[in-house]
Design a protein around this ligand. Structure first.
Ligand SMILES: [Zn+2]
Ligand SMILES: [Zn+2]
Length: 315
């Protein structure tokens, strides 16, 4: 299960109601900040979550509306003892731009913080025993744009009744079978893991795409995700503009959600010229399970189920 907090959902420039691009994904005790537009640190404070454990940033691309907040965030973090270092993942071009920004931030000497830049390629960029984050290529303006797939590893449930029937004792023998190792019973019978493990249960999948100018090359990466977050900068009445600037319309984003068979669609990165209602209405004609979140909206994404989280304070 994941949670996502939308921190900024406006395109290019902030509006009165919407800040610049940023979202926070929670997984167990880990936090991942995706993009960091100007004003993100204020949004984090408004959310009640603050900066705790915020040591990993995933960048979708290097446009200013997605990275400028990093300067202020690092300036604040350098005075924040509980976050000694920050790791920033992104494509080469995005990282070069952030490195240039950091030169300005670090030049005066009052900011002293360890920043690690991880230049990513398509494939796994972070993992632990139970979850992977994979980067996949996205077509937008400029090179090295990425989307991210958060994927809980699947598991095969232990069939306790079957184990009982086969005479597998409780304790280390069962643990060994769950870990994929065969065991030998006291009477010499060999029990293999597949005898006591059920069909694989897939883990939760959350796909996050930043700015994008095409969707045909995203279908496979988003396939069957429980939730997809993607931009919808324009409505279909301005398809020409969307094409010119390498962005999507709500219609295109909804068509992607339908083709990829995702469970739920979140549309972000709205141009100030549209209301959320217009964008939602257009998308829902094609993909009814669509939300256009407001800043600071928070959702829980589980296998086959997406729900709004009402509490103001974080875990
Ligand atoms: Zn943008
Ligand atoms: Zn962009």
């Amino acid at each position: 299960m994941f949670e996502i907090l939308f921190l900024g959902t406006s395109a290019s420039a902030p509006s009165i109601d919407r800040g610049l691009s940023s979202a926070l994904v929670f997984y167990r005790d880990q936090r991942f900040l995706i993009d960091c537009g100007e004003g993100t640190q204020r949004q984090l404070l408004r959310s009640g979550l603050g900066f705790r454990k915020l040591d990993k940033v995933l960048l979708t691309h290097g446009h200013l509306d997605h990275i400028l907040g990093l300067g202020g965030l690092v300036s604040t973090f350098s005075r924040w003892e509980s976050i000694p270092s920050l790791t920033i993942y992104g494509g080469r071009w995005a990282l070069q731009r952030v490195e240039d920004l950091m030169k300005v931030v670090l030049r005066g000497g009052e900011v002293n913080m360890s920043i690690e830049f991880v230049c990513i390629r398509p494939g796994i960029v972070w993992e632990d025993d139970t979850m992977t984050i994979s980067a996949f290529p996205v077509t937008h303006r400029g090179p090295g744009c990425f989307g991210y797939l958060f994927e809980q590893k699947g598991h095969r449930p232990f069939l306790a009744e079957e184990a009982e029937r086969l005479g597998v004792p409780h304790g280390p023998e069962r643990r060994a079978l769950v870990q994929g190792r065969s065991i030998t019973l006291a009477d010499g019978a060999i029990i293999r893991p597949e005898q006591v493990l059920g069909q694989e249960v897939k883990g939760t999948r959350l796909a996050h795409v930043g700015d994008a100018g095409r969707t045909d090359n995203l279908v496979e990466f988003c396939r069957d995700a429980d939730a997809l977050v993607i931009e919808a900068t324009y409505a279909s009445c301005e398809t020409e503009m969307a094409i010119r600037f390498g962005h999507l319309t709500a219609t295109q984003a909804a068509q992607l959600a339908a083709r990829a068979n995702v469970g739920h669609l979140f549309l972000v990165h709205l141009s100030r010229r549209y209301s959320a209602r217009e964008i939602a209405r257009e998308a829902r004609r094609i993909f009814p399970n669509t939300n256009v979140p407001r800043d600071l909206d928070r959702y829980r994404v589980a296998r086959g189920k997406v729900a709004r989280v009402k509490e103001e304070n974080g875990p």
